[in-house]
Design a protein around this ligand. Structure first.
Ligand SMILES: Cc1cc2nc3c(=O)[nH]c(=O)nc-3n(C[C@H](O)[C@H](O)[C@H](O)COP(=O)(O)OP(=O)(O)OC[C@H]3O[C@@H](n4cnc5c(N)ncnc54)[C@H](O)[C@@H]3O)c2cc1C
Length: 391
């Protein structure tokens, strides 16, 4: 395959990571085309808070600013949080992180899926993103990639960036294997109104059945992510709104008083997954196509944005040095840069899930004490804080 390219880089998937990749690579001077099967990017709905929200780190927010998406995002129910409180059984023995301790204004911000996608879509060059265009097949060789779309058309480029999500049809088709497992937990998500102010704090309790997080929203409500075993998730889904709100209030030990007005609940399956290779001939993986982590640390999207920043930097540096920016050697440099960070987060979230999921009373007592000790540790706490800030 050579010559006749429609663009330098073709991107599969217009989720937040694919959109950010398109913006970053276009900004680095590459000609980019993105294909998304959905009819249009999700839009920001001024009347209703999106059910899907993400805790983004300062490093991710800085990337969005550099890409020209920050201002639109900040104008859309952007909810900065200044502290994080993590506890197990006794609220008094909590691990507390605050922005002030880190010399930062915020620890991060809660943003809505629709607002994030809309902010990124408006930052793209005109004509770069093609919606309602599903990729059905791909062929790659050393010189480039040819995509076949559902409408029968073919598109050609030098490199294919797969940002097509955890089930990544392209990763499967082009033979990149993954390792991982399905967790015995599902994440139950919805928004609730707390009786007491959320204090711009992210609250998380580690229950034996799984972590329960209450994330502060801009309208004063909180977003619940309760990871729990399948049977419990089913039981919680079947409760009336009032019964469910009471269960969450009790499970969070009333930290925010009584919770009420739950929005419709959804349970999402959870897994750990990691691609053994992040690249093949003419193909590179970013975001959930490369790695899927347990949501207990709210890091999946942040890792995807880290991939995007590294990929744009590595490809631009190779091109500036006159090297083949689409060649496996360049793609291997990207993979080396990202794998350590991504694997560290996979291991950390998996380890926390297993440790706190233990039903052994002695171990759980030790963990409760451990949180209190980390809170006072002069070395461990700043290191954890730096990781949370994406430094
Ligand atoms: C309960 C829960 C809470 C979470 N909370 C956080 C958090 O607080 N912070 C955080 O950083 N992360 C969080 N995450 C992780 C985050 O949701 C994911 O990491 C992120 O959504 C991955 O984005 P992506 O763009 O890689 O993939 P996706 O959002 O899955 O996007 C993939 C896109 O590819 C498109 N596509 C697929 N195949 C094709 C094809 N053949 N042709 C065209 N288009 C195609 C799809 O339509 C889709 O739009 C959470 C996850 C869960 C489950």
């Amino acid at each position: 395959m050579s010559g006749g390219y429609d663009a330098d880089i073709l991107i599969a998937g217009g989720g937040p990571v694919g959109l950010a990749a398109a913006a970053a690579l276009a900004q680095a001077g590459f000609q980019v085309r993105l294909y998304e099967r959905a009819a249009a990017p999700p839009a920001f709905d001024g009347d209703r808070v999106d059910a899907r929200v993400y805790a983004l780190s300062p490093a991710s927010l800085a990337l969005l600013d550099r890409l020209g998406a920050g201002a639109a995002l900040r104008g859309s129910r952007f909810s900065p949080y200044r502290a994080m409180r993590v506890w197990e059984d006794e609220p008094g023995r909590a691990l507390c992180f605050s922005a002030a301790e880190a010399g930062a204004e915020w620890l991060g911000a809660i943003v809505e899926h629709g607002a994030l996608a809309a902010a990124l879509a408006q930052a793209l060059p005109a004509g770069c993103a093609c919606f309602a265009r599903e990729i059905v097949a791909a062929e790659t060789d050393e010189d480039g990639v040819a995509l076949r779309l559902a409408d029968g058309s073919t598109e050609r480029g030098r490199l294919l960036v797969a940002a097509d999500g955890p089930d990544s049809p392209l990763r499967h088709q082009l033979g990149l294997a993954t390792v991982g497992w399905v967790y015995d937990q599902q994440a139950l998500v919805c928004h609730l109104r707390p009786e007491r102010p959320h204090e711009q704090t992210a609250w998380q309790r580690f229950l034996p059945t799984g972590p329960l997080a209450l994330l502060p929203l801009a309208d004063g409500r909180v977003s619940l992510v309760w990871s729990c075993r399948g049977a419990l998730a089913e039981e919680l889904l079947a409760l009336s709104d009032a019964e469910f709100a009471l269960r969450v209030s009790t499970a969070s030990q009333g930290r925010l008083g009584a919770l009420s007005e739950p929005t419709p609940r959804r349970a999402l399956p959870l897994r750990l997954q990691h691609a053994q290779d992040y690249h093949g001939t003419g193909l590179v993986l970013v975001g959930d196509a490369a790695h899927v982590v347990h949501p207990l640390a709210g890091q999946g999207m942040n890792l995807g944005f880290g991939d995007v920043a590294a990929l744009a930097e590595v490809l631009a540096a190779a091109r500036a040095a006159g090297r083949g920016w689409w060649r496996p050697r360049t793609l291997a440099a990207y993979a080396r840069r990202r794998k350590a960070d991504n694997l560290e987060m996979l291991a950390l979230t998996d380890g926390l899930k297993r440790l706190f999921g233990s039903e052994q009373a002695a171990l759980r007592r030790l963990l409760g004490l451990g949180l209190e000790l980390v809170d006072r540790a002069p070395l461990a706490k700043p290191a954890l804080l730096a990781r949370a800030l994406g430094r």
